[in-house]
Design a protein around this ligand. Structure first.
Ligand code: AP5
Length: 196
């Protein structure tokens, strides 16, 4: 039975960190639209050229472009038995597309894990990452824009997934190991299996 999990939450909440940890634990690929887009930017593809200024402003790349990229990623063999979605969906049309793409394969979402972290903690984490890694969209102005976009476009998805009974809150303001333990415990409970 495929395990398809959405890591949901504001920028800097730890979606990528936790998706990557779980990917190693379960052997299921992390599918990060942010990483896929950054790879396109680094390679200077047509998609990367369009995405770069949008990402640097903190806005969202258009749904159709991101969804086409995601679809191609899901067609790769390693995603046939499940995927850990990190940063997708971010809008209602993206949520509808994800549902459609999974259904074509006879799959449905296992769970949506909301990594809940207060805004001041997020800002602190991203300021620190800016100093260490220099990610182009971790400037104070862009972080503020990303948080606004999250509240406006992405947060409304929480209600949709709550109604579907898929939404599970994880306290993300704890050490990475503790959050990871809770993530796995939640998935074991939801699936009724011992995944790891
Ligand atoms: P994306 O790369 O998805 O960025 P994001 O959602 O803003 O998320 P981050 O990667 O900043 O944070 P995260 O929640 O993954 O946390 P992380 O684990 O990295 O998207 C970038 C841009 O691409 C978007 O703004 C948009 O333009 C575009 N884009 C992407 N997907 C799109 C889509 N679907 N549609 C349209 N546009 C899209 O952790 C953050 C930091 O905190 C790290 O330094 C980490 O080490 C640290 N940390 C993590 N967990 C903890 C912890 N428990 N304690 C202390 N520190 C921690």
């Amino acid at each position: 039975m495929p395990v398809d999990v959405v890591f949901f939450g504001p920028p800097g909440s730890g979606k990528g960190t936790q998706a990557s940890r779980l990917a190693s634990t379960l052997g299921i690929p992390q599918v990060s639209t942010g990483d896929l887009l950054r790879s396109n930017v680094a390679r200077g593809t047509d998609l990367g050229k369009v995405a770069r200024p949008i990402m640097e402003s903190g806005a969202l790349v258009p749904d159709d472009l991101v969804t086409r990229m995601l679809k191609e990623r899901l067609e790769e063999p390693d995603a046939a038995t499940g995927a850990l979605f990190d940063g997708y969906p971010r809008t209602v049309p993206q949520a509808e597309e994800l549902d459609r793409l999974l259904r074509i394969e006879g799959r449905t979402l296992t769970a949506v894990l909301f990594i809940d972290v207060p805004d001041p903690v997020i800002v602190g984490r991203l300021v620190k990452r800016a100093e260490i890694e220099g990610r182009a969209d971790d400037t104070p102005e862009t972080v503020a824009a990303r948080l606004r976009v999250y509240r406006d476009k992405t947060e409304p998805l929480a209600e949709l997934y709550r109604k579907l009974g898929l939404f599970h809150r994880i306290d993300g303001d704890r050490p990475v190991d503790e959050v990871a333990f809770d993530v796995l415990a939640t998935l074991n409970r939801v699936t009724g299996r011992v995944l790891a």
